[in-house]
Structures are given as structure tokens and as C-alpha cells.
Design a protein around this ligand. Structure first.
Ligand code: PLP
Length: 400
């Protein structure tokens, strides 16, 4: 039974698109051998030395609440890691450890947004930013992106959307769901625009260590004039395959991080100690595991692109993260991306998500996660080719 409160929540955070995910998961439950390219959850295991650090921490009694901002050595290690990767210089009390970066989005929205404030988000872009803003009764202003810019924002695309109520600009780099990287010189222009209009930038750099070819991410907070107006959101889920440990962080100027720490405390008290000790091992231990995972995703990315090329399907150039954003409309099948995903799942047993889930203004694109080994990806591409051929045949078959 749906309670009145559930209705209210669904209306406030507009969950309707996500019902599509639930419907697809329900279809998948009734099928064998589904190849799942849906969720952004790595199939790779958390590296052994990190798991071992968690195990050791439990034996050593890390079973209590911690400081609400996170244990001091972890905050120091995060600050050092940010610095080592070309980011801004932070003190330990300018880092807030949260139960996942996603939780951080709600902490940010509840701390910074008043009803009627405007938050500018990339469209398509990771959708909890919108849901968090809606819970704060802020207005979500979407900047539509397309193939012309390989689904990345430019300062000139953002400019017309700025008003007197604009408060926050969200930059997700690399972007989810599109797997694309905003070029460093464009990040500089976007930062200048934010300064000019006194905007706070939320720079989501959670995939920043997973980039391909010569693409790289320019940390926003390290740019001149940006440190005090930027909150960097990141975490351990993606680079270290630690999604289930639920640990991420926010980095920003003390006067913004302090109230956020209070809100984080009200929500969660603190992140599980075991996860903090594991994350400490991740940040301070050998980093070869990140490079190994990056290379694994790079090989998978090439396998997906080869499969799409063979099918004749257009896609945004995947430059970072672990997603490929592909254009169903380019196949001219006469169905939208949502309907395509449902057919691909029920007839081809391959799961991927339509871009509408991430606020895409068209129903043209699907997101494929690189969360399966290459042979399974190749099998998925072969199944997809068969479903595309079946749809085409239906369309050309004479009516009876
Ligand atoms: N930011 C982006 C762009 C993401 O895609 C995700 C998860 O998919 C997150 C943040 C949140 O990750 P977590 O809550 O696991 O740290």
C-alpha cells in the first residue's frame, strides 16, 4: 500500500523516471543470464589491502561513532591526495567525510539552498543533484547538452541560464551518464563565469582518476579565485571499487564545511569507522590498483565502441568514468531509448538505462556501464545487434 507520505516524497523528488529502473529490474528478475550494463557499480573487487585494513580495523575495535567529519588521519590523507592530484590546498578541517558522495549532495543542498534559489545542472547529468535541490525547494535549471559538444558544458551554454537567483553551478567531470570530460581550458572559462556571477561551484570529480587517452580533469578549486567558492565532491566508490563501503567526501572552505558537518552529523552521526579505516588504506596505500582498474575500463571501452561501430550506432566519445552514451535515434528504429531498453532486456537479456533517467531532454540515448568483462561485453553487443536486426525486420515486414 502506498502511504500519503510516500506520495508526497515521490512528488517532491520526482521519482517517476526511476520507476523505469524498478520495472526493468523486475523484468530482469524473471530472466536467466542477463548481461547487466545498467548500474554504475563496478564488478571489480575492492583491492585486497583495503579489505584487509577494514578487517584489521574491526579487530582493533573500530566499531564506534567517530568524529562527525571523519577520523583525522583520513581527512589529512584526503587533503594530501587532493593536493597530489593538482587540487587545492586544504586543512583537515576543510574535509568532511560522508556516507558516500551521494549523501554529500543532500548535505550541500540542505546547507546552501533556500527555497527559490536556483541551481544550474548539466542535462543529462547525475540526477540526485536535482532531487536534493528539489527537497530544498530550490529551482533546478537544466542546461541541455548534445553531441555538438560531446555532451560537455561550455561557459557560453551556461551563461543564458544565469539569473539574479542563481546560486550554485554543478559541474560533473567526467560526467555521468555521458562518460565525457570537459576540457581544462573550458573549465577555466566556466570558473571565470562563476566568479563573474558570484556562483558557488559544486565540482563532482568522483571519476577524475578514471580518464582515457590524453583527457584529464582540471580540478576547479585549484583555479585562481575558486578555492573559496568551490565544494569538491568525490569519494572512494569509483577509483577504488568501494561502492558498498559507502564513503565519500566534500572538500571546501572552512566556513562552508563547518555547517555541512553539523548537517552530516544530524543525518548520519558519522561514517562507519570500518569504512573510514579502509578508505585510509586506499588513500595512503599503493596506487597501482587505480591504474589497473583504469586500464581494465579502457579495454572495455574499446570493446563497447567496436560493438557499436559494427552495429552502426553513434555515441559520444567516452573519455572518462565508466560509461558509454549511445544514440538509439541514430539507428532509425522508430522507437525511443526507453522502449529500446525494455526490448533489449526482454528479448536480448541485456540491461542498460535510458538517458531520460539522468534528465536527458530527449528520449534518444542509452547509458552503458563498463561493468562487465570484455567477453561479456562482446556477447552483449552481439545480442544487441540481433535485437536491432529483429526490430528492423518488423518494420520492413509487409503488413498482413
Ligand atoms: N557523483 C557521480 C557523478 C556519480 O555517478 C555517483 C554515483 O554513481 C556519485 C557521485 C555517488 O557515489 P557514492 O555515493 O557511491 O560516493
Amino acid at each position: 500500500m502506498t502511504t500519503p507520505n510516500a506520495h508526497r516524497l515521490a512528488a517532491r523528488v520526482k521519482l517517476s523516471e526511476e520507476h523505469l529502473i524498478t520495472r526493468m529490474l523486475n523484468i530482469a528478475d524473471g530472466l536467466d543470464d542477463v548481461i547487466k550494463l545498467g548500474r554504475g557499480d563496478p564488478d571489480l573487487d575492492t583491492p585486497a589491502h583495503i579489505v584487509e585494513a577494514g578487517r584489521q580495523a574491526l579487530s582493533d575495535g573500530a566499531t564506534h561513532y567517530t568524529h562527525p567529519a571523519g577520523i583525522a588521519p583520513l581527512r589529512e590523507a584526503i587533503a594530501a591526495q587532493i593536493r597530489d592530484h593538482g587540487g587545492a590546498d586544504y586543512a583537515a578541517d576543510e574535509i568532511l567525510v560522508t556516507p558516500g558522495g551521494q549523501h554529500g549532495m543532500f548535505v550541500i543542498a540542505l546547507s546552501l539552498l533556500d527555497p527559490g534559489d536556483e541551481i544550474i545542472v548539466p542535462c543529462p547529468g547525475y540526477n540526485p543533484y536535482q532531487q536534493a535541490a528539489e527537497l530544498s525547494e530550490a529551482k533546478v535549471v537544466k542546461v541541455p547538452m548534445g553531441m555538438e559538444t560531446n555532451f560537455t558544458l561550455t561557459a557560453e551554454m551556461i551563461r543564458p541560464h544565469i539569473t539574479a537567483r542563481s546560486k550554485i553551478l554543478v559541474l560533473i567531470n567526467p560526467n555521468n551518464p555521458t562518460g565525457t570530460v570537459t576540457a581544462p581550458e573550458e573549465v577555466v572559462k566556466i570558473a571565470r563565469l562563476a566568479e563573474e556571477h558570484d556562483l558557488i561551484v559544486i565540482s563532482d570529480e568522483i571519476y577524475a582518476r578514471l580518464t582515457f587517452g590524453n583527457h584529464r580533469v582540471q580540478p576547479v578549486a585549484a583555479l585562481p579565485g575558486m578555492r573559496d567558492r568551490t565544494i569538491t565532491l568525490s569519494g572512494f566508490s569509483k577509483a577504488y571499487a568501494m561502492t558498498g563501503w559507502r564513503i565519500g567526501y566534500l572538500a571546501g572552505p572552512r566556513d562552508l564545511i563547518m555547517p555541512m558537518t553539523e548537517i552530516n552529523h544530524a543525518f548520519a552521526i558519522s561514517v562507519a569507522g570500518v569504512s573510514q579505516h579502509a578508505a585510509l588504506a586506499a588513500a595512503t596505500g599503493p596506487q597501482g590498483c587505480v591504474e589497473e582498474m583504469r586500464e581494465t575500463y579502457d579495454a572495455r571501452r574499446r570493446a563497447i565502441c567496436a560493438g557499436l561501430d559494427a552495429i552502426g550506432m553513434d555515441y559520444a566519445e567516452p573519455q572518462g568514468g565508466f560509461y558509454v552514451y549511445a544514440d538509439v535515434a541514430s539507428l532509425k528504429l522508430g522507437i525511443g531509448a526507453g522502449a529500446f531498453c525494455e526490448r533489449l532486456l526482454s528479448e536480448g537479456r541485456v540491461m542498460m538505462y535510458p538517458g531520460t533517467i539522468y534528465g536527458d531532454h530527449t528520449d534518444d540515448f542509452v547509458r552503458m556501464s563498463m561493468t562487465q568483462p570484455v567477453p561479456r561485453i562482446e556477447e552483449a553487443m552481439a545480442r544487441m545487434a540481433a535485437v536491432v536486426a529483429a526490430i528492423r525486420e518488423e518494420r520492413t515486414a509487409p503488413a498482413v
